[in-house]
Design a protein around this ligand. Structure first.
Ligand code: GLY
Length: 572
């Protein structure tokens, strides 16, 4: 038997020790994880576990937050077809580890032959279904161009690498969640109606069940073309031909020229401050960033922390702030390339302080007495948001949408992706009440090549010039409320990220003059006190589906994945 020397023993011990360290690094999610579920190297939070996995793998491969964001956007188009998309649009807010900030507007545009009254009947009344379902409801998609632009400017890995995971998911299929099975079954009739030639979302043999494999071969082919040719793989050639052919089936307006001419736009983010934190958020075409900063300015003078989370004073103050801000939103916000949005005036702290001066603690301010503007009140809530931070500390906040769940329900034949119904986000009939008795805004009237107003509010918060939070949510007009309440839940009520996201929310949007509250958002005493002051409280289902990341004072990342959906935070 060989004798072991003292030197050999210490070398063996060293190898053993190194192996333990390396092994612990190989256990998924453990490298960089501290005891409280926080991570130091990076994090992805999205609406679907598979998309979060795709993002984290890109980060682990050395990709940066933008590489991961592009991969997640395409992966969501496969695994979360309700809102993940290549046939829709969205917004990105970016902050580099060095503090550079930027915003990308890849919102859809009205086709070049769109016209102000295109959804009105001969008597001038809106034909609601026309802007909601079928080929005519679609704007020119922006997501693919947006991802190409984002990657060109900030990406590190190759375009091929960041698209590949989505192709694999479409080609090999993925197991649908219980929630997805039930949604696909509920939407069966709509899919049949708008896709008589069939689509991957229709299961003719039996209802969908949890863990069924959803394979999307046509979508895989489209993604391969985008992988090979970049934006030309979507806006030109076979995919563009398929979109135009699909449009012709239902009087849709999108032409080859519209597709070729679509370009996303880099815009200067909206910035503001709140209790010493810096808010970086989306400018118009979103109304969200302006409204978010207005809300924060409106409540900043008041001691929310002392009053407590969802206490009667806190709720009353926020409702009154929202009433005023949503009236402004309805009147003044639209596509800045077509309409002079008075951003500086709306973001003047004195202006918002003044707006709050008519608020009276003893009784609700009737919305009819708040300066009446115009509002488009029929926004859909099925959008999706994801937040990403990489090892260097670069952060991406993207909200992306088809508008309604599964958009227009039209799946482009031969190309396998859903088209948006974003045209419904325009004011279909400016100056007259819509189906809810609300009035549509001139700023957001339909015009050729114009972008429809959005509420999407992807945002990033800084503290002491360093990254603090990445946050956003779906939810139509409730998006602004949910992002706002998540931010104050952390800053004022000192909640950890997950609690701030999960906390029950409430919402007021000027018109209708009602406070919408999730079940258990307000306790019975608070509800009684508010009712006595004239507030109408209406209980409703989930508000928002926030996916957010918080950087702790120890430099670790905490995820907040909304329990209202299948959302997942993965760090490493
Ligand atoms: N379609 C929802 C939004 O853009 O706000």
């Amino acid at each position: 038997m060989q004798k072991t020397t003292k030197h050999q023993t210490s070398v063996s011990f060293l190898i053993y020790f190194l192996a333990i360290i390396l092994m612990s690094g190989c256990v998924s999610g453990q490298l960089g994880k501290n005891n409280s579920g926080e991570y130091k190297n990076g994090m992805v939070v999205s609406a679907h576990p598979k998309a979060s996995e795709v993002g984290i793998e890109i980060l682990k491969k050395g990709g940066n937050a933008v590489d991961a964001a592009v991969a997640v956007q395409f992966a969501l188009a496969v695994v979360y077809p309700n809102a993940g998309n290549i046939g829709g649009g969205g917004f990105m807010v970016y902050r580099s580890s060095k503090g550079e900030i930027n915003a990308l507007d890849f919102r859809e545009k009205g086709p070049s032959s769109a016209s102000r009254d295109m959804y009105l009947d001969s008597t001038g009344n809106p034909i609601v279904a026309k802007s909601l379902y079928g080929q005519l409801a679609s704007g020119v998609p922006g997501s693919v161009d947006g991802m190409v632009e984002a990657h060109k400017k900030y990406g590190k890995l190759s375009w091929k690498e960041v698209i590949q995971p989505a192709i694999d998911l479409a080609q090999n299929g993925f197991q649908i969640t219980k929630q997805q099975a039930s949604e696909l079954n509920n939407m069966h009739r709509n899919f049949m109606k708008f896709n008589p030639e069939g689509t991957a979302f229709i299961n003719l043999e039996r209802p969908w069940k949890e863990n069924d494999l959803l394979v999307q071969n046509e979508l895989a082919t489209t993604l391969k073309l985008i992988q090979e040719k970049g934006r030309a793989g979507f806006y030109e050639g076979a995919v563009a031909d398929s979109i135009v052919l699909e449009m012709q089936k239902g009087k849709g307006l999108i032409t080859k020229e519209d597709l070729k001419n679509y370009h996303s736009v880099w815009r200067k983010p909206i910035t503001g401050t709140y209790r010493g934190y810096k808010i970086i958020t989306m400018p118009p075409t979103s109304s969200g960033g302006v409204a978010l900063v207005q809300l924060l300015q409106s409540v900043e003078p008041y001691p929310l922390k002392k009053w407590g989370h969802n206490s009667d004073s806190t709720v009353q103050l926020i409702v009154e702030a929202e009433r005023r801000v949503y009236a402004d939103r309805a009147t003044h916000l639209g596509d800045p390339d077509f309409y002079a949005v008075p951003v500086n005036e709306l973001l003047n702290p004195d202006y918002n302080k003044n707006r709050m001066s008519t608020f009276n603690w003893s009784a609700a301010t009737p919305s009819s007495s708040v300066l009446a503007g115009n509002v488009n009140g029929k926004e859909h809530e099925e959008t999706t948001h994801f937040s990403i931070v990489d090892r260097e500390g670069n952060a991406v906040s993207i909200t992306t949408t088809l508008n309604g769940s599964y958009g227009s329900f039209v799946v482009v034949k031969g190309a396998g992706f859903l088209m948006n119904n974003e045209m419904d986000d325009f004011s279909v009939k400016p100056g007259a009440p819509n189906m809810y008795g609300l009035v549509g805004g001139e700023a957001n009237s339909i015009a050729p090549n114009k972008r429809m107003l959005s509420s999407m509010t992807p945002s990033i918060v800084e503290k002491d010039n360093k990254l603090f939070m990445v946050v956003g949510t779906p939810g139509g007009s409730t998006i602004i409320t949910s992002v706002f309440q998540t931010i104050i839940n952390v800053i004022d009520f000192e909640m950890p990220m997950q609690s701030a996201v999960a906390a029950k929310k409430f919402h007021h949007q000027w018109l209708p003059d009602e406070v919408y509250a999730e079940k258990d958002a307000l306790d019975s005493l608070t509800t009684e006190k508010l009712k006595a002051k004239g507030y109408k409280i209406v209980l409703r289902g989930g508000i928002g589906r926030v996916d957010a990341i918080l950087k702790t004072k120890w430099g670790t990342y905490q995820g907040g994945a909304d329990p209202r959906g299948d959302d997942k935070a993965i760090g490493y």
